[in-house]
Design a protein around this ligand. Structure first.
Ligand code: SF4
Length: 168
């Protein structure tokens, strides 16, 4: 299976806790004003990578705490990102997964009722940073996110209780 990506960063410290491999998915429907990654919006842009090649980048990068799915919108290629995440978890190395999305957690739960791949991607995500980037709520002091409306959500706890449990 292939994933269309805008790029990767091997050792990021700003896209979640610890040192992380970041995969920027290509394609985003949200059109947030002043988005910092407008080159990721076109679903036909970027390049294709196989999931195996992306896993090989992870295997060849030392001292990595986890992997971050960013964009673009990872849920735009929900089956491919869910499959990649399942394979990362199946490696048994304890990598955690952070997923960025312009959707709200509640919207993703509703979409999961229509398409189970949304639930698959939620299930393998440890931390979800949700909501669109809002320029009026921009705050450069925030960790891992660009605007105050965006939430950092503990997904496992949230799926248990059926509502967003925020990381304090
Ligand atoms: S969701 Fe992210 S990539 Fe998409 S428009 Fe908003 S800020 Fe840009």
């Amino acid at each position: 299976m292939n994933l269309r990506i805008a790029g990767t960063v091997r050792e990021s410290v700003v896209d979640g806790p610890g040192v992380r491999l970041v995969i920027f998915g290509q394609g985003c429907p949200h059109q947030c004003p002043e988005c910092h990654n407008p080159e990721t919006h076109d679903p036909n842009g970027g390049r294709e990578e196989t999931i195996e090649d992306l896993l090989n980048i992870l295997k060849s990068t030392l001292l990595i705490k986890g992997i971050t799915f960013s964009g673009g919108e990872p849920f735009y290629q929900v089956d491919a990102f869910a499959t990649l995440g399942e394979k990362v978890k199946a490696m048994g190395k304890g990598y955690d997964i952070v997923t960025y999305t312009g959707y709200l957690f509640e919207e993703l739960l509703a979409l999961s009722e229509i398409n189970k791949d949304y639930y698959r991607l939620l299930e393998i995500t440890d931390l979800l940073v949700d909501g669109p980037y809002l320029r009026e709520d921009k705050d450069l002091a925030l960790a891992f996110r660009g605007s105050r409306n965006q939430r950092v959500i503990n997904v496992k706890a949230s799926l248990k209780v059926g509502e967003a449990v925020l990381v304090s």
